[in-house]
Design a protein around this ligand. Structure first.
Ligand code: PLP
Length: 500
């Protein structure tokens, strides 16, 4: 029926997983290529606009003009911008299967398709991989389009749960709306407390009606802005008429550090949340994967930082970052499936019912979308083929490369490691933050590094000054090869030879 389903035909594609070397793909296309590609895009004023063409010509156009004008985040192991992940060959294959089969995973129809059962099995594998405990404890679970969508679910659940408690008698925000529910419950404010919160948390707060301004940073100190100030946290919880959702950053996006530093602090957060009635959300987009590192001495510190996150009420996980599945893919977990359903139920559509005995809820009742892509399949393929040890070894490659780069920066006369030049390297997971000691160079550093086209990095700010962030998240990491590329590029840029 199809070459896509023929293992022999797919062998070459899958063999990329075990190749020791990867082609030296560019991190960014040349600007001239980009401009040329732009000029090939259809012009609404041209005579032939939308008049159709052959498939062959369309493919030729995309291969010749469009593909060379895409960035190298999927193909280059040296693209260290944002936290993009890469695509494992088996995930790419599975994603093509998803497109070919075009399942609409919105209603649980166990006698018609395996899709919802596979989706649920995949979510259980994630729970186990991340050591979140018994899958039964996380009965509210679903695939999302990414961490932003998962954060929307998390804040919606927090809002729903906290107001339901105040309202009593089965009333809900889902029915009444936020305004009606707050008026009825005598609530004057719903706030989102965090430290080093990701920008998408504010976006989520806006979407669920709390407003961006409801997000409050409670930072333990100027030098540790990612750490939650527990004293301020308790003070905020004591406000009358105010409901609080706490969002723990795991980890903070500039430094990779954690909002709480392990199980003791997490227990304290849980105690306070229970005492005052708050909802605990964990934004674990990439940082929660530290829990999947092997239990070796060199990973003890970061593993411990991520301990205790299972005490949360809800958790955001990204698939398209460290799991190396294609965009877009995220996961959401909550211990309160009724709350999730109360916020996201798609009511009164008889033709969408899956039967009341269903053990798996229909995804359209527990997430944002009705019609949904079968985005679980690539994650399933990765988890099944890599297993715990495959994934932990991918994660340790990312971590080891970051630590070697951080060590190099500590030794360098040109660069300064952030947030703390002296920080022990075992605090680092898969992000390195640094800047140039020379202010002039620092002002143009990201540009100079990215102009080399050898590696690609992101610009950020640290304590008001420009800084550079290297995030290692691609499965193609080869520690010694990539260390050589990064260190020689940084040396060349510092020596003024970056443009060679
Ligand atoms: C990347 C990231 C997000 C946003 O995730 P998307 O998948 O891009 O929507 C949210 N929180 C954290 C901590 C992140 O790293």
């Amino acid at each position: 029926m199809s070459d896509l389903f023929d293992l022999d035909v797919q062998k070459a594609r899958l063999s990329r997983r075990s190749q020791a070397t990867h082609p030296d793909e560019p991190t960014l296309p040349p600007l001239t290529t980009l401009r040329a590609a732009e000029s090939t895009l259809p012009d609404p004023n041209s005579a032939g606009y939308l008049s159709g063409g052959s498939q062959e010509d369309t493919v030729k156009h995309i291969v010749r003009d469009i593909i060379p004008a895409l960035n190298g985040q999927g193909l280059s192991p040296h693209y260290y911008g944002f936290v993009t992940g890469g695509v494992l060959p088996i995930a790419e294959w599975a994603d093509n299967v998803v497109s070919r089969m075009d399942q609409n995973v919105q209603v649980h129809l166990p006698d018609q398709t395996i899709a919802t059962a596979l989706e649920d099995a995949t979510l259980k594998m994630i729970i186990s991989l991340l050591r979140l405990g018994d899958a039964e404890a996380w009965k509210g679970r679903t695939f999302t389009t990414g961490a932003t969508a998962s954060n929307v679910l998390g804040l919606a659940c927090g809002r729903e749960a906290l107001l339901a408690k105040r309202l009593g008698s089965g009333e809900s925000t889902g029915e009444l709306g936020l305004l009606g529910a707050c008026l009825k419950a005598g609530v004057t404010e719903v706030q989102v407390l965090t430290s080093g919160g990701h920008s998408s948390l504010s976006k989520a707060a806006s979407i669920v009606g709390l407003g961006r301004r409801s997000v409050k940073e409670l930072r333990a100190g100027e030098d540790v802005p990612w750490r939650l100030d527990l004293v301020a946290f308790e003070r905020e919880l004591q406000k009358t008429g105010t409901l609080s959702i706490i969002s723990i950053s795991a980890g903070e996006v500039n430094t990779g550090r954690y909002g709480v530093n392990g199980v003791e602090e997490m227990r304290r957060v849980r105690e306070l949340a229970d005492k005052y009635g708050a909802w605990i959300h964990v934004d674990g987009a990439f940082g929660i994967f530290a829990r999947a590192l092997e239990a070796k001495p060199e990973y003890k510190v970061v593993r411990e930082y991520a301990e205790g996150l299972e005490l949360a009420d809800s958790i955001t996980v990204d698939g398209h970052k460290l799991l190396n599945v294609p965009y877009d893919c995220g996961m959401f977990f909550t211990k309160s499936p009724e709350v999730l359903q109360s916020a996201f139920v798609n009511p009164n559509a008889a033709y969408l019912a899956s039967g009341s005995q269903a053990s798996i809820p229909s995804p359209l009742n527990i997430g944002i979308e009705n019609s949904r892509r079968f985005r679980a399949l690539p994650a399933y393929a990765v988890l099944l083929s890599e297993g715990r040890s495959g994934i932990s070894s991918l994660l340790s490659n990312m971590t080891d490369l970051c630590r070697r780069v951080a060590g190099f920066i500590q030794q360098s006369e040109h660069y300064e490691l952030l947030p703390d030049e002296q920080a022990p390297l075992d605090e680092i997971f898969m992000i390195v933050l640094f800047r140039a000691k020379n202010k002039e160079l620092n002002g143009v550093l990201v540009q100079k590094i990215n102009d080399t086209r050898k590696i690609y990095v992101s610009e950020t700010k640290w304590k008001g000054e420009k800084a550079v962030r290297i995030a290692v998240s691609n499965w193609m990491v080869n520690v010694s090869r990539d260390f050589d590329v990064i260190s020689s590029t940084l040396n060349a840029v510092a020596d003024g030879n970056g443009d060679d």
